[in-house]
Design a protein around this ligand. Sequence first.
Ligand code: EPU
Length: 419
Amino acid sequence: MDKIIIKGGRPLKGTVNISGAKNAVLPIMAATLLASGKFTIKNVPDLLDVKTMSNLLRIIGAKVQYEDHTLTIDTSECNFFEAPYELVKTMRASIYVLGPLLARFSKAKVSLPGGCAIGPRPVDLHIKAFEQLGADIELNKGYIVASADKLKGTHVNFDISSVGATGNILMAAVLSDGRTVIENAAREPEISALANFLVKMGADISGIGTDRLLINGVKELHVVDFEILPDRIEAGTFLIAAAITGGEIELRSVDPSHVSSLTGKLRNSGICIEEGESSIYCKAPERVRAVNITTSSYPGFPTDLQAQWLALMCVANGSSVITENIFVDRFTHVAELRRLGAQIELKKNIVVIRGIDTLNGAPVMSTDLRASASLILAGLKAEGQTEVLRVYHIDRGYESIEKKLANLGATIRREEGGY
Ligand code: EPU
C-alpha cells in the first residue's frame, strides 16, 4: 500500500485547477442506466471511486471507457441487475444503481452496504421511499432485492435530508407513472447536477436546488453528453491547505458559490478571500484565528470538510469547538492528529480544540477519505516528516493530490510500500 511522505513548513503558493466532483459523477454514472445508448461525460476526475462505479456498470452489462477525463458509457446491452457485495463494500455509492435499475428493468438486487469508517450509515430512507413508489422490497442474505412492475408517483417526505436517498428516489421517479413530490430533498449542488443531467435526458423535474422536488414521470429518456461541475470538497480542501500553511493560492475551475459556508469561516479566521466567476484567491496570515463550526446539510458547513477544518484549528490562535451533526461518529482523524501533538477533546459529536503553535511530524494512519485529507494538511504544517499510511483512501476522492500540492510548493511525495 502506498504512503505519502510530507516535510512540513512550506507555505503553499501558486494556482491549482479543481477537478470534477466525485459526488456528482457517481450518481450520474448510475443514471446512465435509465436509457439505452452511448453517453459522453466530460470533466470526470481520475479517481478510484470512478473506477469502482465503472466496474459495477460493466457487471450490469454497460461498456465503459475512460480517457482524458472523459467517460463514455454504452448502456444498450445491460442484462444483469445486481450490485455484488464485493463492490458495494468498497464503495457505498454503489447503492445509486438501485433506483435506475428498478425504474428501467423493474428489478434490482443490491448488497446492503453495512458499516463504514464514518459511522453506521443506514439506507432505511431509500428503502422506505422505494416502497412508497410501489416497489416490493425484501432483505435477503445481505441483499436488498427489489421489484416493481411499474413504479407509481407518490409523496415522499424524508425525515432527514439525505443526499443518497434524494438522488436514488429522483432517478426512480423520473420513469414512474404520474407525479412524485420529494419533500425535505437534499439541496447539495451534486443533487442539482444529477437533476440537470436527468432533465437533459428528457425528465420533467422542477424545484431543482430547493428542498421540494416535483417530478412528472415520463415514458422514456434519451442519451446525452454532459459536463461534471467542479468538486467543492476538493476546492475546500485546497483552501484549508493554504490556510494551514500561511499560503497564498488561487483556485481555478471552481464555483465560489458552492463553498461560501467555508469561505465565510475562512474570512472570520483572518484570511483574505477574493472570488472571481470561476476562481478563488486566498491569502492566509501566518496563523489563523480559531473559529467554531457546526456541520449541516447544504448550504451549511459540509461534513466532508469537518476533518480538514479540525486540522486547521489544531494550529489556530485560540480554542474552538466543532459540532458534527451529519455523521456523529466521524472522528477517526482525532486520534491520529493527537499523534502529531494536537490538543483535542472529543465528547460524543463535539470536539474542543486548543490551538498550539505547530504540530510535530510522525507516522499516521488514514482511516477514511476526508480523514486522510486532514492528516495530509496537518503534515503540511507539522515540523519534520509526516508519513500518511494507507493512502488508498485518498485515491478514492482526490485526483493526484500529492502532485497538485507539490506544484504549489509543498515537499510531498508518494512512496510504494508500507502497510
Ligand atoms: N441517513 C439515514 N438513513 C438513510 C440515509 C441517510 O439515517 O437511509 C442519514 C445518515 O446516516 C446521515 C444523514 O442521513 O446521518 C445524511 O446522509 P446522506 O444520505 O446525505 O449521505 P450519503 O448520501 O450516504 C453523501 C456523500 C458523502 C457525504 C454525505 C453528506 C456521496 C457518494 N456521498 O453520502 O460523501 O458526506 O452525502 O453530505 O455523495 C465523502 O465524499 O467523503 C462522503 C462521505
